[in-house]
Each structure stands twice: as structure tokens, then as C-alpha cells.
Design a protein around this ligand. Structure first.
Ligand code: BES
Ligand code: MN
Ligand code: ZN
Length: 502
């Protein structure tokens, strides 16, 4: 979605729908709102005075101007008593959903009506644009009959403060990049397994790399054999779909150093393999490439914003199927790192492909690794659907990632990586076993991947709960959420700001 800015007096703006924020408890219109009120002959004053609009969080009211203003409609959105970036994002999402219903083509947000503190113009423009673009997302689907599918194609952040133009347009630019990345990730997750095979995941990743001139390679089965990627090959061996490993280098700095590695789980569909999953809701396993989607989405955002930082994206991708050639419980495989793994459960396949993904990221020079994966059902039990689980081997690096998530407005929570958990995944007959049993399943699943990161600072993000919404959420419809796309992007952007070029 296009997110642009304009410097103009609010009463002169001509649009389908002008959206103004109203604080809870405001008894008479202030600032921009009072200018509008005058033109509307006191309509807003009387609504506020009579308590017909209270300004409660996400309360909305649409007024038609019937020629009293150049804009066709004025939409009031409640901000609650103390608006935050979070609540403004939510208010913008609410506004756009109403706009979609009313078949509006454009929404204009009047920045001043949301701004408490003028030093926050960039962040507030960012919050408004992002909330609108994320809240307005729809997955197109494949119905033959034409379905109602209206899109708001343009969101404008309007300000009358010309000295803030640069901040406001930077905020809009970041919002546009982050939401484009997130919505791309959502599309990839929502696309079913027969239309988003490993080859098609590779195509989607390569399309982003080519769009922004990033270096890339796609490893085929033979390449994986040469590298000894027994984890990825093992998972793929039961499927008719050949595995792919996609590696993309975003070179934003002069030298290939301080490389931030993003490794995303790209299981195009997870049946569980021979350790077959139950049928109920198995269709949701089209989303088992949510980690890959977040990584691809983050690259889309970085391609647009071009920060001076180096990012390496690695996506090991396969389909996990049961068949006569599939891995079996008890099989022992040898990973690229040389470590052997006893496969006790073929449904614990994510960690097998990620083991090789992490080793390959190290081989290509990753100095820091974040892996993103729909790894365990256990993380849903522990944290539910709103919070991503975090496991790490490095306190400083995890701090940086936790801050990036907070900045991005995504909820994450760190789980412990105490030594006894590592005992749970030691095998009697191999270096590791691929499940540590039911207890602490998200921690042992994470630590399995951490074994392959070795000494490299590493953070694991388990998005099995967050990457798929069972029902509509504040910023996302049902289906793929694009979880962690923005956190990865913020993490990379933050390093760019800190990097002192030689
Ligand atoms: N892809 C699943 C995890 C998952 C569960 C994602 C629910 C999204 C929603 C993963 O491959 C898996 O099957 N994990 C197993 C691991 C177990 C066998 C150790 C699980 O969580 O049951
Ligand atoms: Mn599985
Ligand atoms: Zn899986």
C-alpha cells in the first residue's frame, strides 16, 4: 500500500475520508478538530458535549460533510485517555477496516490530532501508516466467483507543520516498507502447500533478491549432498517435491563483516511424516514456512530502506511427507556439521532442516544468527498465540533482539536455556536426538538448533503460536500474521544506525 505525506492545512484537504484522532474525555474540539468543527457548524462540539462520542479506544464515528469541507467524510477515532504508538496503530487499523467497508479509496490521517508530543512526528507517522497498511491487509484467495475485494490503495499522513515534513515522510517510508514486508510474509503463509512448494518459496525469495539487486543462490539436492546436509535431505526424502536452500546476501556495508544471519524454517507443508499428525486442522500446516516468510518479508523491507548493514538470509526448505522413502523413527542421520542425530519423531523436522541452515549460514560468514521457526506446539501451551518464544546462547545479543521486538511492537518472551535442558536432547547412540520429550518442548527444540550455532551468538524465535491467527486480530485478519518480519527489520535497521563506516 502506498503511504505518502502531505503538508497542508487540514480544512483544505480533499479526500474520501479524513481521519482524526480524539482523546477520551475531550469535551470540546481542540486544534485541527476545532477547525473542522467550525466548518461543520459545530457538529463535533455538540457530539462531544452531549457525550455521543467519548473518544474511547477504537470508538469510531463517520460524518458526511455534504460540501461543507472539500473532504467527503470525516471519521473520528477514539484514542483512549493516553494514546501510545500501539493504540494509535490499532486505531488506524480500525479506521481502515471501516474505510474498506465503505469502499473508500483513500484515507488521510491528520497527524496533529494524534500527536501529543511534536518530537514524535516520525514515530507517530510510522504508527499510523503501519497500522493502516497492516489492518487493511486481505488475502486474495482463489475463488472463481468474484468476491467482494475492495482495497484502500492509498494512505496519506497529513501535517500542517512544514518544519516536520522530513520526519513525517521518513515515518511514512518506514511504515510502507515494514508493512509491505509483513504483508508479503502473510501472502506467502496464506498460500496453500500445493502453490507454495519449496521451489515456489525459492522463487518468492529470489524475486525479492532480484528486485533489490541482492546476491543470491539456490542450492539443489546435488549441492546439498556435496555439503552433507543430512538434516534437510532427510526431511525432504519422503516427498516428491525437491528441497531447496535459498541464500541471499544483502550487502549494505563496504565489507562483508558483522554479518547478521537470518535463518527461516521453510517447511512448505508439515504432515508430520511417518509420525503423522492428526487430521484435525492439519491444513494449518501450510503455515509451516512462517519463519521463511518472515525472513523474506524482512528482506523486502530492507531492500526498500537500504540500511548500511550486512544481512545474510538462509532458508532451508522442504516438504515433510510420509512415504516409502520417508525418514522413519529411529533413523540416524548425519548433518552438515558432522553431528549425528537420532530421529525419534519425524514430526520434529524443523530442527533438522534448521540444523543445516544454521551451519550453512555460518559457512557464508554469519557472525550473529537469528533463526525464526514455527517450531513447537509446546510454545502455544506456554505462551499462547500472542507471544513469540525466545531461546538464546548470548545475553547481549538477545537483549538487542528483545529491544528490536519491543520497538516493532511485537510480543516476545525469553525462555531459559539452563544446562539440564541440554541433557534432554542427548542421544544414547548419536550426538543428539530430535526430541527431548514433552517437558519444556520449546526450550529443548530451540537448544537443539543452538547446538549447531556453536559459539556464534544466536537467538531462536519460536513463532508456532504467533505466525497464524485463528481469528481476526487487531492488526491482522485470520491466517498468516507475518510475525517477526518487523522485528527482524528493526534489528537490522538498528545496526545500521550504530554502524560507523570506515
Ligand atoms: N510445525 C510443527 C509445530 C507447530 C505446531 C507449528 C502447531 C504451528 C502450530 C513442528 O514441526 C512440530 O510438529 N513439532 C512437534 C515437535 C515434537 C514432535 C517434538 C510438536 O510440537 O508437536
Ligand atoms: Mn512437524
Ligand atoms: Zn513443522
Amino acid at each position: 500500500m502506498k503511504i505518502s505525506t502531505t503538508v497542508q492545512e487540514i480544512v483544505d484537504l480533499q479526500t474520501d475520508c479524513l481521519v482524526l484522532g480524539v482523546l477520551e474525555g475531550e469535551k470540546k474540539p481542540e486544534g485541527a478538530l476545532s477547525q473542522i468543527d467550525q466548518k461543520l457548524e459545530g457538529q463535533i462540539s455538540s457530539l462531544l458535549a452531549e457525550g455521543d462520542f467519548l473518544g474511547k479506544n477504537k470508538e469510531t464515528l463517520t460524518l458526511y460533510t455534504f460540501g461543507k469541507l472539500p473532504s467527503k467524510r470525516i471519521m473520528l477515532v477514539g484514542l483512549g485517555k493516553e494514546p501510545t504508538f500501539e493504540s494509535v496503530r490499532g486505531a488506524a487499523a480500525t479506521a481502515i477496516r471501516i474505510g474498506l467497508n465503505d469502499k473508500v479509496d483513500q484515507l488521510v490521517f491528520c497527524l496533529e490530532s494524534y500527536l501529543i508530543d511534536t518530537t514524535q512526528a516520525q514515530e507517530m507517522a510510522h504508527a499510523l501508516g503501519e497500522g493502516a497498511a497492516l489492518g487493511g491487509y486481505r488475502f486474495k484467495g482463489y475463488a472463481w466467483e468474484e468476491r467482494e475485494y475492495h482495497q484502500v490503495d492509498s494512505v496519506v499522513i497529513a501535517t500542517s507543520l512544514s518544519d516536520q515534513e522530513a520526519e513525517v515522510s521518513r515515518g511514512a517510508q518506514i511504515a510502507e516498507a515494514f508493512s509491505a514486508g509483513t504483508n508479503l510474509a502473510r501472502d506467502l503463509v496464506n498460500t496453500p502447500g500445493n502453490k507454495m512448494t519449496p521451489a515456489q518459496i525459492a522463487d518468492a525469495a529470489v524475486a525479492v533478491a532480484q528486485r533489490y539487486g541482492m546476491e543470491y543462490e539456490v542450492l539443489e539436492r546435488e549441492d546439498m549432498e556435496k555439503l552433507g546436509m543430512g538434516g534437510l535431505l532427510g526431511v525432504a526424502q519422503g516427498s516428491a517435491q525437491p528441497p531447496k536452500l535459498i541464500a541471499i546476501k544483502y550487502k549494505g556495508a563496504q565489507n562483508w563483516d558483522d554479518v547478521l544471519g537470518f535463518v527461516g524454517k521453510g517447511i512448505s507443508f508439515d504432515t508430520g511424516g511417518i509420525s503423522l499428525k492428526p487430521g484435525l486442522k492439519m491444513e494449518e500446516m501450510i503455515g509451516d514456512m512462517g519463519g521463511a516468510a518472515a525472513v523474506i518479508g524482512a528482506l523486502e523491507a530492507l531492500g526498500r530502506l537500504k540500511p548500511s548493514v550486512n544481512v545474510l538470509a538462509v532458508i532451508p526448505s522442504a516438504e515433510n511427507m510420509p512415504s516409502g522413502t520417508a525418514l522413519k523413527p529411529g533413523d540416524i542421520i548425519t548433518t552438515m556439521s558432522g553431528r549425528t542425530v537420532e530421529v525419534l519423531n519425524t514430526d520434529a523436522e524443523g530442527r533438522l532442516v534448521l540444523a543445516d541452515g544454521v551451519s550453512y549460514a555460518k559457512k557464508l560468514g554469519a557472525d550473529y544468527i537469528v533463526d525464526v521457526a514455527t517450531l513447537t506446539g509446546a510454545v502455544l501451551v506456554a505462551l499462547g498465540t500472542c507471544t513469540t518464544g525466545v531461546v538464546t546462547n548470548d545475553d547481549d545479543f538477545v537483549d538487542e533482539v528483545l529491544h528490536a521486538a519491543a520497538d516493532a511492537g511485537e510480543l516476545v518472551w525469553q525462555l531459559p536455556s539452563f544446562k539440564p535442558y541440554k541433557e534432554q536432547i542427548k542421544s544414547r547412540v548419536a550426538d543428539l536426538k530430535n526430541t527431548g520429550g514433552r517437558n519444556a518442548g520449546s526450550i529443548t527444540g530451540g537448544l537443539f538448533i543452538g547446538a549447531f550455532a556453536e559459539e556464534t551468538p544466536w537467538v531462536h524465535l519460536d513463532i508456532a503460536g504467533t505466525s497464524w491467527a485463528d481469528k481476526q486480530e487487531e492488526l491482522s485478519p485470520q491466517g498468516g500474521t507475518g510475525a517477526m518480519t518487523r522485528t527482524l527489520a528493526v534489528l537490522a535497521m538498528g545496526r545500521s544506525a550504530n554502524r560507523t563506516e570506515e
